[in-house]
Design a protein around this ligand. Sequence first.
Ligand SMILES: Nc1ncnc2c1ncn2[C@@H]1O[C@H](COP(=O)(O)OP(=O)(O)OP(=O)(O)O)[C@@H](O)[C@H]1O
Ligand SMILES: [Mg+2]
Length: 247
Amino acid sequence: MENDYEYKYKKYKNKYLDLKGGVRLAQGLEGIVFRPPLISSIRNPIYETDDYVGKIMDSEEAVKEFYNSQLVKELDPNGEWSLPIEMISLINPSISSNPEYNNFKVQLISKFGGVSLQKMVNFDDDNLTLINYTKIPLLYRIVKEQIIPIIDKLNEKYLHFDLHLDNILYDENTGKIKFFDFSKLKSKEGLKDYEDYATIFFSLDSITRAIKSRYPVLAAYKKSIGNPAIDPSKEKYITALQSLPDL
Ligand SMILES: Nc1ncnc2c1ncn2[C@@H]1O[C@H](COP(=O)(O)OP(=O)(O)OP(=O)(O)O)[C@@H](O)[C@H]1O
Ligand SMILES: [Mg+2]
């Protein structure tokens, strides 16, 4: 059966065809990502290359995401661990204001940041045979060496609030990861401090469960950590993530 994404894509596809720009890189819940970005009404050759991607989305959501990205940039001015949105651009006005879109569509432009961790391991809940097992040790290493320290930095002020493996990009040239998609960012005050650790824990846990038969050592790992979701705390989730086995 045609899923929502495909439906949405087909619906918009013909309208995008008369826009010049890149190929569809991904289809998220909120937007369609093109690399290079679609050509905007104001031309800027810098953004018209493979070094950039553009996410087409509702203007209201886009403005929020752009604003959140600026907040994160204050914590990480040199973009060491986060991928900032560089600009909001209009796409062809006759199209972006077409009432059939329901809402006004704009494009968020950011640097191409590599492949999401979810794509790196090719994890698809519905088709476990596709998992790229050779990348699992790398994924676990990334969690321990990079993800935990980056969450700590972000959590000085904010919670990402949507920190699953498809919202973290891996650059295979540098071996470094970057957080992105700050559309749900929240100020930390008054909220539970383990939210981001829990989200990443559960998205890893579904992979871990899926590959247990391949890596018997994971069964022992799971036994040893218990279930951090029972009486959850930041420390419990960190301990669980840090004790992922070296495969
Ligand atoms: N700068 C980028 N570099 C490389 N890939 C990207 C970039 N931005 C987005 N992508 C790809 O597009 C996908 C969707 O992007 P994004 O997370 O921003 O959209 P979304 O609609 O908010 O998704 P969701 O709400 O499902 O998390 C990402 O998971 C990633 O695979
Ligand atoms: Mg996303």
